[in-house]
Design a protein around this ligand. Structure first.
Ligand SMILES: [Zn+2]
Length: 377
């Protein structure tokens, strides 16, 4: 076939060639699937079953005499598919079939007669991405006037000889933290509500040496056995080997095999203590790919309380409310996976039994103190 013949085949009265259009034949010949879809649209319009037979005949006559190429016809049909009303669609089709010129000319006219539909506005939202390298991204979708006002406010008064973004970000931070004050005194009074700082609560993680074994728990205290045959309480151990003064730090003691042992602080809340230790053992949601911090998590009973699971450390794991809800509390369910304890650390076990450690944070207490990661699946 000569090139001029190829071009003619794709343009000269090409519409009739589509009367016997067959999708499988076209795909089997290696024609690009999008193009095949376009041909199918042209075939359906000019040869498909319709109640509008008179309009279809007029359109076919017009297409035959138009000299429009197969690509132009397909583009027209893709545009017409945006029109719901069949009567309007047939009228617009006849108008467009009267267009002459190259592909772009047809495209321009079709876009003018059949404009893009109004996009549906996105819902108002505030979204938070993952933290990385100490930074995190927040995206706000809200009324355009609020966003425009915010941009204007943040840009106002910046030093144009320096990059704008860091200055705007700093002003935004001051705004959120309530640090902007009333300035010159004009305008509304400063608001007292602002984004509060999280109260950092340092906790010292203490790893017990191998020679210490846990003899028993006694009330709120644990008794440790040393290999020289003596025993001491956890508090005595801390005072002797760790604590240097009456500091106000909290100390959490971990055993290399048993996991969390005890937490020492001035005031004691038994329930809160266990929760805090569970969070020290796993500082995030225990589900491997979840980014929620343990502070925002619920404390999950690995063996449900209703099935005899106790509220003690070997049975507690932080889970965000979503992952707590979908956890397979009953191991026989095996649908969404479940949390189990392995060497003092909660680990997610997939429905097929594969152990998957938390991927987002790798500095739970056991990993920090003893370098023990849960066994790989
Ligand atoms: Zn989660």
């Amino acid at each position: 076939m000569r090139f001029t013949e190829l071009v003619r085949a794709l343009s000269d009265s090409v519409v009739d060639a589509l009367a016997e259009f067959d999708r499988e034949t076209a795909l089997a010949a290696g024609i690009e699937p999008n193009r095949v879809r376009g041909w199918a649209r042209v075939h359906d319009a000019f040869f498909g079953r319709t109640k509008w037979t008179k309009w279809q005949r007029r359109a076919l006559d017009k297409a035959r005499g138009s000299g429009l190429s197969i690509d132009q016809l397909a583009y027209i049909e893709s545009r017409l598919s945006l029109i719901d009303d069949p009567s309007t669609r047939w009228k617009t089709r006849l108008t467009l079939l009267g267009t002459r010129g190259n592909f772009d000319a047809v495209k321009r006219r079709a876009k003018k007669l059949v404009p893009d539909p109004e996009p549906t506005p996105p819902a108002d939202a505030v979204k938070f991405g993952r933290a990385a390298s100490g930074k995190q991204t927040m995206t706000v979708t809200a009324d355009q006037r609020l966003i425009a006002d915010t941009e204007h406010f943040l840009r106002d008064g910046i030093d144009t000889s320096k990059p704008a973004m860091p200055q705007m970000s700093a002003k935004f931070e001051d705004l959120l933290r309530g640090n902007l004050g009333s300035g010159s005194g004009s305008g509304p009074a400063p608001t007292t509500s602002a984004v509060p700082h999280a109260q950092p609560r340092p906790m010292v993680l203490v790893g017990l040496p191998d020679y210490v074994s846990i003899v028993r728990g006694e009330g709120d205290e644990v008794i440790l056995g040393l290999t020289d045959g003596t025993t001491m309480t956890g508090a005595e151990f801390l005072n002797r080997f760790v604590a240097t003064a009456e500091n106000e730090l909290e100390a959490a003691v971990f055993h290399p095999e048993e996991g969390a042992v005890n937490l020492y602080r001035l005031s004691r809340f038994a329930n809160q203590k266990q929760r805090d230790l569970a969070r020290a053992a796993m500082p995030t949601c225990s589900q491997p790919f979840c980014r929620h911090g343990a502070d925002a998590c619920e404390i999950h009973h690995v063996t449900p309380w209703a099935r005899g699971g106790e509220t003690n450390l070997a049975n507690l794991a932080p889970l965000c409310s979503y992952h707590n809800r979908v956890n397979d509390d009953d191991p026989r369910r095996a649908r969404r996976g479940r949390i189990e304890m392995h060497r003092g650390t909660p680990v997610w076990v997939s429905p097929r039994g594969k152990l998957v450690p938390q991927m987002h944070h790798r500095y739970g207490a056991m990993s920090t103190l003893f370098g023990t990661d849960p066994p790989p699946g």
